[in-house]
Design a protein around this ligand. Structure first.
Ligand SMILES: NC(=O)c1ccc[n+]([C@@H]2O[C@H](COP(=O)([O-])OP(=O)(O)OC[C@H]3O[C@@H](n4cnc5c(N)ncnc54)[C@H](O)[C@@H]3O)[C@@H](O)[C@H]2O)c1
Length: 383
């Protein structure tokens, strides 16, 4: 079995190291910070101990003993695959990849777990960019089954089957995405947050009512305001802003002032006790207005935007239809795939809804994907 190197021992790196070690690999987990490494070691030991107590693993000690901790990049030299999970800064990642390629053997695969940078731009730092690939795990990596595999334009495509197979061996569900901003999940999910905030900003409904509509009528596990408070606005807002900028300021991905102000105030959500909602002890949660007509209007508006985004991603060959469905159901736990949802609801209804908004607002944000319009005109289904 390959030795797996993981660089960056924060939330993602230590989770990925755990997954690889639990799959039986020897792992080298490295970080420039000894404090971060110490924390990762303690956290991993605690997590594995709990898993052992619950009977999910036979021996926490055996798994932990497969993980070596090091602050020296040279520790990567015997690895067959190195996964980078350091800070989300292009220059730092490029410097690391340049250093790594001088340390590892010529057939070592070098992967990045970046959420928002292009794999192509990271690969470009290397003398041999053909062995660089994106392996995008979701947080927390040991619990989330989805992994997006992203070949850069320079990547040797023979690596794809090998990467897919390895992720399956690790108990993950791999999907392949084109190297475009947000890959699949962080692109297609944008309207879930963005359109909800827009509805709120326009004063059509309050946050509690929008959350109620999406959970009770839409069947989503959490509403957009509760979910972004949970994710943290430092993470969710920054992804939105990065996707918006990376799409050359396409208005479909435009961030909102409501969320930006939360970030500026340091109201990052649950972790700071305040975000869209107030989580202070004794604070009352606002009650939704359970009006089915209003609720259905909200749900259908957000759903139409989500379906349009998914269909447009398919139209632009970001991924296969099957991978799109898997990504949204396994990566963000949507109750069903958006293409299936489109088939069930009707592409014509979705187009009608979007066209109505396009005519009302005269904003490019509401433009219908050419593929969605084609589906509606031809009365076609994706399935
Ligand atoms: N947190 C998420 O929800 C999430 C999800 C998917 C992907 N990602 C991506 O994973 C990566 C890591 O995210 P995270 O949340 O684990 O970050 P984190 O801040 O928890 O951890 C990053 C670690 O990298 C270390 N580090 C920084 N520069 C380094 C360098 N040059 N060499 C070695 N170590 C270095 C830091 O000391 C830190 O321990 C980022 O690219 C992020 O975009 C994050």
């Amino acid at each position: 079995m390959k030795i797996i190197g993981v660089v960056g021992s924060g939330a993602m790196g230590s989770g990925i190291a755990q997954v690889a070690a639990m799959a039986g690999h020897k792992v080298v987990l490295s970080d420039e910070s000894d404090i971060a490494l110490g924390k990762a070691k303690t956290n991993l030991a605690n997590t594995l101990q709990k898993l052992q107590e619950k009977g999910k693993i036979a021996s926490a000690h055996d798994i932990l003993s497969r993980i070596a901790f090091s602050d020296d990049p040279d520790s990567m030299k015997d690895c067959g695959l190195v996964i980078e999970a350091i800070i989300e800064k292009l220059e730092a990642k490029q410097n690391l990849f340049k250093t790594l390629e001088q340390i590892v053997s010529h057939d070592c695969i070098m992967a990045s777990n970046t959420s928002s940078l292009s794999i192509t731009s990271i690969a470009a730092a290397c003398k041999n960019p053909s062995r660089v690939i994106g392996l995008h795990f979701f947080n927390p990596a040991p619990l989330m089954a989805l992994v997006e595999i992203i070949p850069a334009i320079q990547t040797d495509l023979d690596l794809l089957p090998e990467a897919k197979e390895l992720m399956k061996q690790w108990g993950k569900i791999p999907v392949v995405a084109k190297d475009t901003p947000g890959f699949i999940v962080n692109r297609v999910a944008r309207p879930f947050y963005g359109e909800a905030i827009r509805i709120y900003e326009e004063g059509i409904a309050d946050m509690a009512t929008i959350d109620w509509a999406m959970t009770e009528i839409g069947g989503f596990r959490m509403g957009p305001f509760a979910l972004t408070d949970y994710i943290g606005h430092d993470v969710n807002y920054v992804v939105t802003e990065t996707v918006f900028q990376s799409f050359f300021y396409d208005p479909r991905y435009k961030p909102s002032f409501s969320q930006k102000r939360l970030l500026e105030a340091g109201w990052l959500g649950r972790k700071t006790g305040k975000g869209f909602y107030n989580y202070a002890e004794g604070a009352a949660m606002p009650e939704p207005t359970k009006d089915m007509v209003l609720g259905t209007e909200i749900y259908e508006r957000i759903l139409a935007m989500l379906i349009n985004e998914a269909v447009d991603a398919l139209y632009l060959k970001v991924s296969s239809p099957a991978d799109l469905e898997t990504a949204m159901t396994k990566g963000v736990n949507y109750p069903k795939g958006l293409l299936q949802w489109c088939d069930e609801w009707g592409a014509d209804k979705c187009v009608e809804k979007l066209d109505k908004m396009y005519h009302e607002y005269h904003e490019d944000r509401y433009r219908v994907s050419p593929l969605l319009r084609k589906q509606a005109l031809g009365n076609k289904k994706f399935d």
